[in-house]
Write a protein that binds this ligand. Sequence first.
Ligand SMILES: [Fe+2]
Length: 392
Amino acid sequence: MSLSFSPPSAIDGDANFGFEPGAEPTGLACAWPSLVVDRRSFYAEPSPCPSVLLVTAHETERRVLGSLLRRERCILIDARSGTMALELLLSCRPDLVILDRDLGDMDGLECCRRIKTLRQSEFLPVLLVAAGISEEDEVLAIDAGADEYLSKPLHPQVFRARISALIRQKNAVDRLEEAEHILFALALTVERRDPGTAGHCQRLALYSVAFGMRLGLSKEQLLALHRGGYLHDIGKIVVPDAILYKPGKLTAEDWVVMRTHSARGEEICRPMRSLAPVLPIIRSHHERWNGSGYPDGLAGERIPLLARILQLADAFDALMSERPYKPAYTRKLTVQTLISEAGMGWRDAELTRLFIELPFDELKLAEPFVLGAEAGNDFDASVRNLQYHLAP
Ligand SMILES: [Fe+2]
């Protein structure tokens, strides 16, 4: 793909492209050289001007829409086909996408559908524009995930109002995502305080999602498992170090404190509505099949399925890893121990039988890709790597 960012003249022949002529050239003008070299670093910085990915195959549309957006002091990213838009989307991280219905290489509806399928852009607002809208078109646009649908010719005031509303929507989603990232960072900090458990959260996410895929769970359930891998022990933030890292055995009093971590973890994550599917995992990951676990003493299938899955991944990884109180077990001994513990009523025996049939050699191969992921909690990267390594 040759075009990443069009210089202003390539879009509308106007060297002031992206700004009202004569307006103060904030942000973009100062950063233009580095923008060309490294657009990611530029867009990583907060900008007072929203960035808009404008996708159209038609020069006239580009001029008209570009002119309207210029008046709104938007930073424009130009894509001349649906394929180009999908490539620019992830690297440029725009605040809004404006899609012409006719993109040349694909229908705007198809492009919209693909944008909304990607986890990184599922909440990115998309405005579709087209000539002559029928009721059927509106239904198709809504089905494709478009946030707004405007008919050409555009009314400038309506267009401006819609743009402003969509940018506000994007800002609200960004604030929520920031809060989520803080929680994930907190969870990883809890893990990293104990050098003996390095990589534990990532491996739990990996094993749980792999097992969920084998069980045919939905994408939403897999995502909950992935997040649960990171967040399940976030409640340990309230457990004093003297207990958390005690070299010897915990006393009965210590256990009372330690056992609070699952319920406290749920309390910490409960305000985030987007984490609702993860809460049962966090709260119930120490329940036992025979009802002897905590915090609620749930038994059998009253323990949420996703929590039972994470328990198995948690136990597998703990057994396979060296701990102050035990050496790392071999795979064979780990499997024997899981079967033995299921026999004692600790975990779901049928689920245990299925879990130990996972192709752990292939999972081991997928580990470095997941553990090395820049984002740390990149669900899509995990699924892609698992699909690659677990393919028949
Ligand atoms: Fe735990």
